[in-house]
Ligand binder design. Sequence first.
Ligand SMILES: O=C(N[C@@H](O)C(=O)O)c1ccccc1
Length: 329
Amino acid sequence: EKEHTGDFHIEEAVDWPGINIKLGQVSGLALDPEYNLVIFHRGDHVWDENSFDSRFVYQQRGLGPIEQNTILVTDPSNAAVLHSTGKNLFYLPHGLSIDKDGYYWVTDVALHQVFKLGAHDKAPLLTLGMALQPGNDKNHFCQPTDVAVDPITGTIYVSDGYCNSRIVQFSPNGLFIMQWGEETSSGTPKSGQFLIPHSLALIPDFAQLCVADRENGRIQCFRLETGEFTKEIKHKSFGRELFAVSYVPGGLLFAVNGKSYPGDLEPVQGFVMNFSTGEIIDTFVPVRKNFEMPHDIVASEDKTVYVGDAHARTVWKFVSSEKMEHRSV
Ligand SMILES: O=C(N[C@@H](O)C(=O)O)c1ccccc1
C-alpha cells in the first residue's frame, strides 16, 4: 500500500520522450537557473570491481579521460539535448550540483577531486584535491561524492566520500574552513557518523545541510555554520541504503533508496517527505522500465522530479499527479 497522506501523488511523466542519446552510467543530476535538466554521466567508462585497488587508487588511467561529453544540458519539457560539454576531463564522474550563478560543481571518484566549471568552459575554474591521490587532509579527498554551495554565503560543502566519512567546508574561493563527521563504529550508528556520505541537499530556508548517509540507510542533517547535528530522518521503508536527497524550497525533501537485497521487503523507490516532520508524504516508482541503481534525484519547485540511474543508464521524469489530472481531457 502506498504510504502517503493528503492528495499529493507523484507519477512518471510517461509522455516525456527521455534522453535520445546513448547514456553511460548516470551519476549526477541538477537543474540550472533556467530549469534545464543537466545530466552528469560516465560515457563509455564504468565503475566496477576492477576500477580501484585496495588503497582506492584508480586502476584504469590507461583508458584516458572519457572522450564523450559527460555533461548534457537538456530541455526539461521534451528531453532535447541543448548543449553538451565535459569531454576529456573526467575518469569516473559522480556528483553534480549547480550554484545560483549557474556554475557546475562536480566530483570525480577516480581523480578524488572536486571541480568548478563554467557552463561553456573547457577548463575548470577551481580544483580541490590532488589528481588521482586519495587522502583525507585539507587538500586530499577519497572518492568524493557530492558538492553543495550555499546560495547566500557561497560556502562550499563536499561530501567525502566512499573511503572517508566526513563533510568538508571550504570558503567560496576554495580555502579549507573546517570538517565534521567520523566513521561509523560498530553497533548503532551515532549522530555525525557516516557510512558513505553519498549525496547532499542544502536547505537554505532552515540553514541546514542534509546528507544521504548511504549504507546507514538514513538522512542526517546539520547546521550549515557549525556542522552541529540537527536531525536524522530514517524509515523502515528506506531499507538498508539511502542513495540521494534533494530539497525543494517550501519544505519538501525527495530521496531515492538502494536496490533491495535478496529477501529484503523494502522495494527500490523514490520518497517525498515533509522536511520539518520527516514524514513520508508519497512514494513513487517508474512505469516504464524499473529502477536498478537510482543514483541521484533532483526536484524543482513545481514538484517535477528527475531520477538518474547508474545501472539502468536512464533518466526518468516524474510530475505531481494534480497536473496529470488537468492534462487528461
Ligand atoms: O557503489 C558503487 N558504485 C556506485 O555508487 C556508482 O557507480 O557511483 C560500487 C561499489 C563497489 C564496486 C563498484 C561500484
